[in-house]
Design a protein around this ligand. Structure first.
Ligand SMILES: [Zn+2]
Length: 87
């Protein structure tokens, strides 16, 4: 646990619970209208949940509904398709 890096803040992957720099994680965001979307820019407004862009974490989160739990909203199948494409 060292230096604070404002450009790459630390976030916790909701699948494996390991911390990583924000730049190394995939962000999903619950928009104000309740739709969960993949946030490719990391700047979308709304509540975010983070995942490693690895097959293990993406698949694990999908199977265990980790994103749904973290964001309190359902993730559409087409959003999962987009997310799983990243691994
Ligand atoms: Zn992970």
């Amino acid at each position: 646990m060292g230096t604070v890096n404002l450009r790459n803040p630390v976030r916790t992957c909701v699948a494996c619970r390991v911390e990583a720099g924000k730049c190394d994680l995939v962000r999903l965001v619950r928009r104000p209208d309740g739709i969960v979307e993949l946030d490719r820019t990391g700047r979308m407004a709304g509540r975010g949940a983070y995942l490693h862009a690895t097959a293990d974490c993406l698949e694990g989160a999908r199977k265990r509904r980790a994103i749904e739990r973290a964001l309190g909203a359902p993730v559409r199948p087409e959003t999962w398709a987009e997310v799983l494409n990243l691994s």
